[in-house]
Design a protein around this ligand. Structure first.
Ligand SMILES: Nc1ncnc2c1ncn2[C@@H]1O[C@H](COP(=O)(O)OP(=O)(O)O)[C@@H](O)[C@H]1O
Ligand SMILES: [Mg+2]
Length: 250
């Protein structure tokens, strides 16, 4: 498969069991997934379904017990920590529920850091940062520290940081999970806007209403894909399974 036609992300047979205290948690129990360039996919399901584990596998933050992941057609099986860190700078932006900003760096430095680490010249990193912060309604906050911002503002900074290197894929794990309704609307509106401009997005959320912003909704249950449906005039659903879990648009 050539680079240009390969899906941004492909996973086959992913399995992950957590061994903590008590019984092992079979978080991901055999997942196949393909995300095409430009898609906005939501993965939704109840708390404990294994959504975050799946996202961590896809972003190389955890290793699967079995299965493989391809980025732009390239198999990641042999990737170690360092290589995944490079891919997260170049090809995968990630936003989390709790922002994970560096608390003693300014807003500007938080956003520029991944660009500088990727070897982008400082002047260009600064220009990218300025453009993104303006776009996200944060012009004038460059010198603020993360702790001085509202939750919604911090999440917008995290979004800028995730997008500063123009990654082909954005992974978002409950990006509105700690925000009030205004912050939630803001973040969802921004995700939709970036998607309209071609950004490929994989959003994980327990909230089926937020999932309906995507054009494809995967319902995840007990470590497995239970349903995978295209919304709003897409092709017919590829699979049917548990029904009534999703709150579809119409
Ligand atoms: N690091 C971990 N150690 C042990 N158990 C974990 C760990 N992470 C997740 N789990 C367990 O795996 C299951 C799936 O969790 P998670 O992937 O966080 O689901 P979700 O994001 O859908 O709420 C849960 O039973 C959870 O308790
Ligand atoms: Mg989770």
């Amino acid at each position: 498969m050539s680079e240009s036609t390969a899906p941004v992300l492909r996973a086959e047979g992913l399995v992950k069991t957590h061994h903590g205290e008590g019984a092992p948690a079979h978080a991901v129990r055999g997942v196949d997934l393909c995300v095409a360039r430009g898609e906005f996919v939501a993965i939704t399901g109840p708390s404990g379904a294994g959504k975050s584990t799946l996202l961590h596998l896809l972003g190389g933050l955890q290793r699967p017990d079995a299965g493989s992941i391809w980025l732009d057609g390239e198999c990641t099986d042999g990737y170690g920590e360092a290589r995944w860190a490079v891919e997260r700078r170049r090809r995968i932006g990630i936003v989390f529920q709790f922002f994970n900003l560096v608390s003693d760096l300014s807003v500007a430095d938080n956003v520029e850091l991944p660009a500088l680490l990727a070897g982008v010249p400082p002047r260009k990193a600064r220009a990218e940062r300025e453009a993104l912060l303006a776009e996200l309604g944060l012009a004038g906050k460059e010198r603020s520290m993360p702790g001085e911002l509202s939750g919604g503002e911090q999440q917008r900074v995290a979004l800028a940081r995730a997008l500063v290197n123009h990654p082909p894929l954005l992974l978002a794990d409950e990006p509105a999970g700690s925000l009030d309704s205004k912050g939630t609307r803001e973040v969802m509106r921004l995700l939709s806007r970036f998607h309209q401009r071609g950004q490929t997005i994989l959003l994980v959320t327990h909230d089926a209403r937020l999932a309906s912003a995507a054009d494809r909704v995967i319902s995840f249950f007990d470590g497995r894909i239970a349903d995978d449906a295209e919304l709003d005039g897409g092709p017919p659903p590829r699979r049917t399974g548990i029904s009534g879990v999703l709150e579809l648009k119409d």
